[in-house]
Design a binder for this molecule. Structure first.
Ligand code: AMP
Length: 171
């Protein structure tokens, strides 16, 4: 995954002073890198027999939707407030730089779904933990949570408790 790491650029002081933003857009411009990432996710997750991929807005949509199409699984988006048109559930959470709310359609997962939750980056873990809570509130189980990047020094895995966590590139 060193070749993937070379495609992640550091943007200091974005979106706030003191934050080093990990910009993954160069990965999106490299189809071979996208294929390697989604191939690695599929190899790790296929034995869990997932029934659905859930992607977190917005970069989780990109990797999650590509993975879902590749694994021939349905995809469900978890979105920031006010974006989803249908009946929905919501959760509030804290993140590395602020506070937020996430929403999912109330028919986004079924009670017998085994879900893989995907986002681009694990920082403090608040976003992913809140997303797992939405999935589990509807009775589904989280088979694994997958990230392209993990910032180890923020200990985000602790917030994900006993859940199965996979990250491909770590800092
Ligand atoms: P957290 O809830 O703290 O784990 O934050 C994770 C979410 O915020 C993910 O959706 C990331 O895309 C975004 N994020 C947090 N910190 C960074 C960072 N340093 N670089 C890029 N994205 C970040």
């Amino acid at each position: 995954m060193d070749s993937i790491k070379r495609l992640i650029r550091d943007i200091p002081d974005f979106p706030k002073p003191g934050i080093i933003f990990k910009d993954i857009t160069p990965i999106l411009g490299d189809p071979a890198a996208m294929a390697r990432i989604c191939g690695a996710f599929e190899r790790e997750f296929e034995s869990l027999k997932p029934t659905r991929i859930v992607g977190i807005e917005s970069r989780g949509f990109i990797f999650g939707a590509v993975l879902a199409a590749q694994m021939e699984l349905p995809f469900t988006p978890i979105r920031k407030p006010g974006k989803l048109p249908y009946d929905k559930i919501s959760v509030s959470y804290t993140l590395e730089y602020g506070e937020g709310t996430l929403e999912m359609h109330s028919d986004g997962v079924g009670s017998d779904d085994r879900v893989i939750v995907i986002d681009d980056l694990l920082a403090t873990g608040g976003t992913a933990a809140a997303s797992c809570e939405l999935v589990e509130r509807l009775g589904a189980s989280v088979a694994a949570v997958g990230f392209v990047v993990e910032l180890l020094f923020l200990n985000g895995r602790e917030k994900l408790a006993a859940r199965n966590v996979l990250s491909l590139v770590t800092y």
